[in-house]
Design a protein around this ligand. Sequence first.
Ligand code: FAD
Length: 1135
Amino acid sequence: MFSTFAASPDDALDQDTFLFEHAHNDLLSMPMSHESVHLKGQAPGTVPITGLNSLIYGHYSESTTSSSNAHDLSEPYGGYISGRDERDGSASSGHMNGYERSHAPSPLYYPHPLRNSRVNGPPNGHYYNAAIHMNSTAPTFHTTHGTTPVQPIAPPNANTNPSNTDFPIAQSVDNLNGASNTELPMAQSVDNRNGGSKTSLIPERTHSQESSNAHRVVTSNHKVSEFKANSSIPAALSWSEFARQCILAAESSRLNPFALHPGEYRLLRDHITQAQVTIYLNIRNAILRLWTRNPLLVVTIEEAAGCAREKRHFNLAQVAYFWLLRNGYINFGCVHVPNTTSAPPRSKAKNNGRRTVIVIGAGMAGLGCARHLEGLFTQLSDHWTTTGEQPPKVIVLEARPRVGGRVYSHPLRDQTGSNLPAGHRCTAEMGAQIVTGFEHGNPLNAIIRGQLGIPYHGLRDNTILYDYDGTIVERSQDLLVEKLYNDVLERASVYRHKPTAQRTVEGDRNLILFGRDPSDTPGATIATLENSPTPLPANAKTPASTTEEKPSTGVEKLAGRAYQLSAGFNPNISAAEAVQNMGWRLRPGAPTGQSLDLDPITKSLEYPTLGQTMDDGIKQYQNLIEMKPRDLRLLSWHHANLEYANAASVNQLSLSGWDQDIGNEFEGEHTEIIGGYQQVPRGLWQCPGKLDVRFNSVVRAIHHKDESRGFGKAVKVECNSGEVFEADQLVITTPLGVLKSGSITFQPPLPDWKQSVIERMGFGLLNKVILVYEEAFWEPDRDMFGLLNEAEHQASLNPDDYSARRGRFYLFWNCIKTSGKPTLVALMAGEAAHYAETSTDDHLIHEVTDRLDEMFAPNMVPLPSEAIVTRWSKDPFARGSYSYVGPKTQAGDYDVMARPHGSLHFAGEATCGTHPATVHGAYLSGLRVAAEVVQTMIGPIEIPSPLVEKKAKVDIPVPSFNPTPKRKTDTVPIQQDSDIMPDEDYEASIIGAILNEIGERPIKPGRAGINPFLLFTKDQWYICKKECDEARRTATGGAEAKASKTEIRTAIGLKWRTASAAVRQPYVNQTQNAKEDAAANAATYKERVATWDTNAVRIRQEYIQKHPPPAGTEAQMLNSRTAIELGAEKRPRRI
Ligand SMILES: Cc1cc2nc3c(=O)[nH]c(=O)nc-3n(C[C@H](O)[C@H](O)[C@H](O)COP(=O)(O)OP(=O)(O)OC[C@H]3O[C@@H](n4cnc5c(N)ncnc54)[C@H](O)[C@@H]3O)c2cc1C
């Protein structure tokens, strides 16, 4: 019998009993022990079926199981950094196979020099891994040479000196895995970092450079900060490598590195010139670089300012910083935010409490929003404290007794025989299961890999398809039909609604590519240029042109197989031609020029759907080629795959908008979380400190008024328990299905525009039949296999006849590596999802077992030892699976769903038009709303005035230059024609050509700059310091007494003077060697720079010849030299 169970006592957070219906079936009577189903009748001692290897075809990528102990996320595939950075020596990514933890230090341990000055602090070279450890073993210290297990460290407040260099993180991830509720202190290193040693890998700058670029600034956050230009740009990197990392960081953050985001554009267009757009983008990308390299540490405003090359650009850096911060591009997720909130001044202190933000729902959207709000309220606290208020508080109201919502890893009843790493429970994913690529902007990259260090399993694209009778479909046939399917999909995509492009502004791509700022001469703002009688042409190729962001093409959702639409599909190729190119044979006598005509079907329907249109296309193809029933079954399998991705029958998907999120796919392999996806929402809830989530709080009514006056709360939220909460701002993240159901009443009712979009949008259904076995009878290394279904009328050639059954168990996920036990997850997509809701567990389990039996014949497939059937539409707190674009959904409806109404804000996957129906989309919507709430409370980001200070006028002597010297010593003076201003764009193109061809001008090597005494001091400092501290403590009797630096220096001086020749000799030798190296470097440099200069002259000449400048300026252009060509490098850089 299928039976409900009471939650086990250690699992108070997973006692959700709403999700699964429990049919009672006498044939399968089981003890009342568990919510999930346990079946008897299993064949004893089932063994894996032999000979499965013969089923493999094709070449597949290696499956990977990975655990990332918080590593560099800025680089695709594991964070390997190339280039000349000192950090490069490290092994990347901490990949592990077979669950063995790799202790190879990740690039995190060689992080940005400034961002980790504390991390570099200890003289013994220890680096601490701040990620949460995945099992309950002791945390580890990573050294540059290896890994040493250490004892767990006490929490930060347990009598630890804040300036200590030991970082108390490394709690067991058991907490995320549901075993306990202990609070997890994350990334405490942040506090430490700010307080102590200033060790930095950046070569010291001369005093004059520092003082001219350092600046004490009152930020728009009302804080006085010490800013230093360039301080966040590592001198050890070449500009081009630095630029590469910055560009990658922007791309990893879903931002175009070369153009303003429409939000930035709106904020800046009245204030910024074209040249400043490039400067701003360079700064913004550099800030993102800091964040993506180590998302365990918040980026500070000082670090952001250090991304500016000149102090005049600090305000630009400030705007970039606050824009990125507020909008959740940096400092998001499970990152510890140091609390620097100052108490409100007494004179202004108010007694009437704090503002409150209530978030309804503790799914990914709600938790993401609440976590980011907490962070923003801390980081922007002065906005409240200066007016006498405490920063607002955040309360999350959650109906269930657990976090995660539609991310739910249900614990299996039998936890024995687990193959998971210690500390993990065996679970099955009831809801979300797949992370659809970490690269190219998935925010979960920072959280899963960078912050929580959760292990994951990379999925191989190795679907094998079984026909309905259990035979394996030949790969060639599968490919042939898949090509046909893609062709029809492409032809139907002609009817796709073209999204309106958003206006924005591009920077100078060439300069950004090489990490260079343009010269910032005064000019008109973007807005002025746009409003001038001769506005910039949209999409003009000039630098900093106003342009429009265009979406690319591509279709890839959660489905078992991805569909990639070609960027330039040519509908003019006739169908007959296309189908022959694919490898099909035309029917005898079929016209070779024949094409498909989908217009009649699309015009005949008021709301044309993808399914109807494609089926019509398939029928038309049947006139051209002979299709067999198996081809129809294969085509229907692809329909089912789309139905999985969209949680709806293709016959319910809007033809023009079903893939309105196209082009936003992430990159990298798809993965599953080992030990359960729910670790991610648990992490967001618990790390770095617990959010205030009130469980079992079922909201039934929302009373709201349009505006909050003073502290009078704008919103009252009423729960089923009768409890009432008041809030100034309310964030609603309940699923669209819940909003549609009307189970929450709004007083007054939501306005028509909101209510009607709720009705128009689609909310679909996907269900799973989860089967747990004692032993795998399938290939354990195959991540998924598909199953074709027969039509309702056997061997039908009519596509319509397949719609009811095609989604039944159409795909099996093999979850042996992630759930901890031999587990198959069978998907019920499209109409089959509804069939699962109305069928009994017993029926479904027998049906699927019969199907598996045929697939794995002649071996007998046993009944599962445990089985779970999801019924998401019956879950009162979901009412379905995820949103889709229904036939009546209008373009832009996701944005309308997202639009706030007074103090009511809306988040959740169904409000994220760019990434709907996904976990990351839900999370991104939470970040969006956090920014929206903060803006409502404190207004938009202030633009400082002036945004960029005027340049101080300095007369720099310009060396003269003659491209064709008559004699070696000849020089031609530069033509100083004050009427003709050099064309910056033209110059930029020339320098782009030069850099493209010969790279950067060699950099003058630094002088050796060392002497024996300096080297000796470096070695002796800590030894002498210890001795001097002891002497001071003895002298003063103070237990904490410390020697001054002068005392230490004096002691070292004395040691040096009294040292024997033998002690001194190694230092003398080292100095000598360094001097010789420097001399050799200088000689090489001379040669290289001479070659570079000659080539640069040549390229300039060639460029000018090819692309003549405006008449009259040729000579000036020939003679002109940019700072790059003059080698006007201030800081010594390595060659
Ligand atoms: C079967 C299935 C498979 C999926 N597979 C994937 C996948 O592989 N990859 C992927 O990225 N995404 C997948 N998704 C989608 C993904 O799970 C969701 O998009 C995402 O989790 C939605 O998050 P959310 O915060 O918007 O909503 P939810 O997670 O639903 O959160 C909303 C919260 O509001 C609470 N709530 C509801 N009503 C009330 C009330 N009256 N009072 C108080 N609280 C209330 C709910 O309990 C819930 O916790 C899948 C979903 C399903 C159902």
